[in-house]
Write a protein that binds this ligand. Sequence first.
Ligand SMILES: *[C@@H]1O[C@H](CO)[C@@H](O)[C@H](O)[C@H]1NC(C)=O
Ligand SMILES: *[C@@H]1O[C@H](CO)[C@@H](O)[C@H](O)[C@H]1NC(C)=O
Ligand SMILES: *[C@@H]1O[C@H](CO)[C@@H](O)[C@H](O)[C@H]1NC(C)=O
Ligand SMILES: [Ca+2]
Length: 307
Amino acid sequence: MGKLWLWLIALMGLFGPSAPQEKVTARIQAHPPAPTKYHQLMLSCEVSGDPSPQQFLWEKQGSKVPLQKGPDNILLIPSFNKTHCGTYICTATGSKGSVVATYDLWINDLFNKVFVFPQETNDSYVLVKATPEQPLQNFTVCLRSYTDLTRPYSLFSYATKAQDNDIVLIKFRPEEYRLYVGGKFVSFRVPKGAPMGSEHACASWESTTGIVGFWFNGKPWPRKGVQKGYTVSHEAVIVLGQEHDSYEGGFDIRQSFVGEISDVYMWDLGLSTREVISAMYNSPVEAPIFGWRNLPYKIEGEVYLKP
Ligand SMILES: *[C@@H]1O[C@H](CO)[C@@H](O)[C@H](O)[C@H]1NC(C)=O
Ligand SMILES: *[C@@H]1O[C@H](CO)[C@@H](O)[C@H](O)[C@H]1NC(C)=O
Ligand SMILES: *[C@@H]1O[C@H](CO)[C@@H](O)[C@H](O)[C@H]1NC(C)=O
Ligand SMILES: [Ca+2]
């Protein structure tokens, strides 16, 4: 394991230096992406746009003493536990000045839990309090749902100021999923009377080709395309169980979800079938923007988190 990380760090070093006019940015990434209790967790502060040697100051919000200061961009937590949760701040200083990155470390591991949406409403939903750090050229969204609704219902709604349907995953009919990107959709037909039980769906999109991937219970469906060349804004409001008709809300009871939603993940990447299956088992290979083992969320109205 240790060696692998060394290689990763070496690779990051190789690709680090970039064009001088590029804006300097920093971001914190967690390895592994989903923290596990009593296992090692590494936070790495990655700077792009400044090839000069950096000084890294690590701090935790609410704590007066800095955690670490020096040339090391890695903050190592040898045995992760609840006391480590909180907001981490990395200040990287190089010849071009300082940049700051923050990271919310959560351990609300929702493994084996589900959100229950008990009834039709236009004001109950789960707000996902994590958004991408940059506009999206690629994304994948996965989740599991369980319902007996036969009317249209929204599972995942990602609204931006410019476009309330920037990303929407909706079950339009029992035999049809729709993925909206930038207000346009593609449909995927699924078996209607699937053996009753929850169903797992993933959808991916990449801007360069417009190709949309869709996986139903881990099985890839024939790919389609929409919105080639489009960019999804990162300033988004993300909700589960309702469908935005505006950035602020505007939820329609006729598209509300009733039932169970779980295993929600989003990446700023396209995934392979192998990676989709790993996520289906809550062991994501790639670091998600948010995932079921690390989901900053807020419940509005009547939604319950149940084992
Ligand atoms: C959590 O980790 C901290 C520091 O690594 C340690 O001092 C503390 O005893 C641990 N707490 C539990 C509940 O394991
Ligand atoms: C998006 O995906 C494409 C195809 O995999 C890749 O070439 C491109 O670099 C990705 N863009 C970003 C911003 O990650
Ligand atoms: C829910 O519907 C009521 C009645 O149609 C409306 O007044 C209210 O603004 C709606 N609430 C939301 C959050 O959309
Ligand atoms: Ca809408």
